[in-house]
Design a protein around this ligand. Structure first.
Ligand code: NOJ
Length: 565
């Protein structure tokens, strides 16, 4: 080995070791960035990821067996959708015991083993904390409904009807029908923003608050790196139950539309988030929020006035752009990037049609999937991937009502087909059921598994998976991508989305052709203090390249390059 090669090798080794220890110690780096600001998150829907006992439903041992895959892919932390005991009315989002594991997924010992294996592979575990409601089978609710004087009565929201046979007010459940259900034992109604099997907890009761905070402490002690907080927008509602204003038309469930003015986004939620954060800070943990905000001011509030609430409120306004429109995407990124907190980018999850279908044009879906990966994984902020997105997994929607598993699809069919399509089993290989299980899985895999699976795509340097791997590897090692600022370039260009990520005199240029025709883009890098002739390709699609400061991009082409002074 020449001296020079040895020196480069040693530097690389030192740098990669420093990254490993950064993740392990969860320390703050020279830029004041915390571990979660360098992390790539990956959502796992546990029913659908890996089935170790071949019963057709995924489990924790399955997840544990895939830690090496996750690490090689470039994932730092996995967010596991609820895996707690649950009657599974809403597939785990109806929790009947917050401090245990559903036997379908395994045991607490399996959980501990998963945490330990995760540590070995530098993969942290984020749990999904369903804070707004429990299952109607939770011991708290069973006691609560047993009598008006039960110890847990005030843990939920009970009210008399307005008149015989009439609920307390006009609020509707987001999953259809009235948000109130009459319980015959005490002849009072309880409130449920989601299904009737998901009664809302009464966060105005301090005992509920203490119990929930203690639950997070309990899991932190077991080694979790943080929580994704479910449905935080709806923790509180108007105590005097004012009717919501009615709006024109009906929703997919056939209910009259209403403005959720009196049961959504109450300011009290911020007090709760501050308390949850205080506990999280004791363990250097991260709080990710399911925050469906309508504008940037609402999103800003979720960081907390003193950055003391959610470190990572998800920006769903980004997913709402929902098309390859550089002007609109630029606008949304500028708003979030300038909001004062750390941006969180998501392009799909278990409630949203997969990005492959939403952005795909039906002809160039693979190219578009690669482009989307190269896009949101190079922005300033933390990305949250959704399992299978790295393969170009597509939605596999039910074709007949009788095949629907998601209750909102059963009640809302055909206007609302439910969320089964985006929750199908992970596609591991070309074997039966995509290698997920030897038994028929709970949801069917789409025919595209034959081409879009881990085994096949791993062998193809031009696959969606290979693009994700390259970009993720770059993201973990390139200082400008780890630490750098975001500057939009060529803001008048309606086809090419481009930006610079700059840090300490070095930068990465990202140019993405969001159109179906070839494009050229010329960059005035001198203006930004960089040499126009210095573009050094880091990741690019085969027909995309640069000459001086002019970049040529194939349809939906990707060009990522290093820029120097
Ligand atoms: C949001 C979750 O993401 C969704 O899947 C669930 O149905 C509702 N919250 C209710 O918990």
């Amino acid at each position: 080995m020449s001296k020079r090669v040895f020196l480069i090798f040693s530097l690389l080794l030192a740098f990669s070791c420093s990254l490993v220890s950064f993740a392990q110690t969860k320390a703050v780096d020279a830029e004041g960035h915390q571990w979660w600001q360098h992390a790539v998150f990956y959502e796992i829907y546990p029913r659908s990821f890996a089935d170790s006992n071949n019963d057709g439903v995924g489990d924790l041992k399955g997840i544990t067996s895939k830690m090496a895959y996750l690490h090689d892919l470039g994932v730092d932390d996995i967010w596991i959708s609820p895996c707690f005991p649950s009657p599974q009315v809403d597939f785990g989002y109806d929790v009947s015991d917050y401090e245990n594991i559903d036997p379908m997924y395994g045991t607490l010992a399996d959980f501990d083993h998963m945490v330990a294996e995760g540590k070995k592979h530098h993969v942290g575990i984020i749990l999904d904390f369903v804070v707004n409601h429990s299952s109607d089978q939770h011991a708290w609710f069973l006691d609560s409904k047993s009598s008006k004087t039960a110890a847990h009565r005030d843990w939920y929201i009970w009210r008399d009807g307005k008149a015989p046979g009439q609920p307390p007010n006009n609020w509707t459940s987001i999953f259809g029908g009235s948000a109130w259900k009459l319980d015959p034992t005490t002849n009072q109604y309880y409130y449920h923003f989601f299904y009737a099997a998901q009664p809302d907890l009464n966060w105005r009761n301090p005992v509920v608050e203490t119990a929930m905070l203690d639950t997070t402490r309990w899991w932190y002690k077991r080694g979790v790196a943080g929580f994704r907080l479910d449905a935080v927008d709806t923790l509180f509602e108007d105590p005097i139950l004012t009717d919501n204003p009615i709006e024109p038309g009906t929703n997919k469930q056939g209910d009259p539309n209403q403005e959720r003015k009196y049961n959504d986004k109450f300011p009290e939620v911020h007090d709760v988030l501050q308390k949850l954060r205080k506990v999280a800070d004791e363990s250097n943990a991260v709080l990710i929020g399911e925050t469906w905000t309508d504008n940037i001011d609402e999103l800003k509030q979720y960081y907390g006035q003193h950055n003391n609430e959610l470190q990572m409120p998800m920006d769903f306004m980004f997913t709402a752009v929902n098309k390859l429109s550089p002007p609109e995407l630029r606008k949304q990124i500028a708003a979030v990037d300038g909001a004062g907190g750390w941006p969180v980018y998501v392009i799909s999850n278990h409630d949203i049609v997969r990005s492959y279908n939403r952005y795909g044009d039906g002809k160039n879906n693979d190219a578009i999937a690669k482009l989307m990966g190269a896009f949101y994984l190079t922005l300033r902020g933390s990305p949250i991937m959704y399992y299978g997105e790295e393969l170009g997994m597509e939605n596999n929607d039910p074709k007949r009502k009788e095949d629907v598993k998601d209750p909102i699809g059963q009640t809302g069919w055909p206007q609302e087909i439910g969320r089964d399509g985006e929750r199908t089993p992970m596609q591991w290989n070309t074997e039966v059921n995509a290698g997920f299980s030897t038994k028929d899985p709970w949801l069917p895999v789409p025919p595209s598994y034959k081409t879009h699976n881990v085994a096949t795509e791993s062998k193809d340097s031009n696959s969606v998976l290979s693009m994700y791997k390259k970009v993720l590897a770059l993201r973990h090692t390139n200082q400008a991508l780890l630490e750098g600022s975001y500057t939009a370039l060529n803001e008048d260009d309606a086809n090419v989305m481009s930006y610079l990520r700059s840090y300490k005199g070095k930068a990465v240029l990202v140019a993405l052709n969001m159109s179906a025709s070839p494009q050229k883009a010329t960059f005035n890098l001198a203006d930004k203090g960089f040499s126009p002739a210095s573009l050094k390709t880091l990741v690019a699609t085969p027909q995309s390249s640069a000459k001086g400061s002019e970049v040529t991009l194939e349809p939906f082409g990707v060009f990522i390059a290093e820029v120097a002074k």
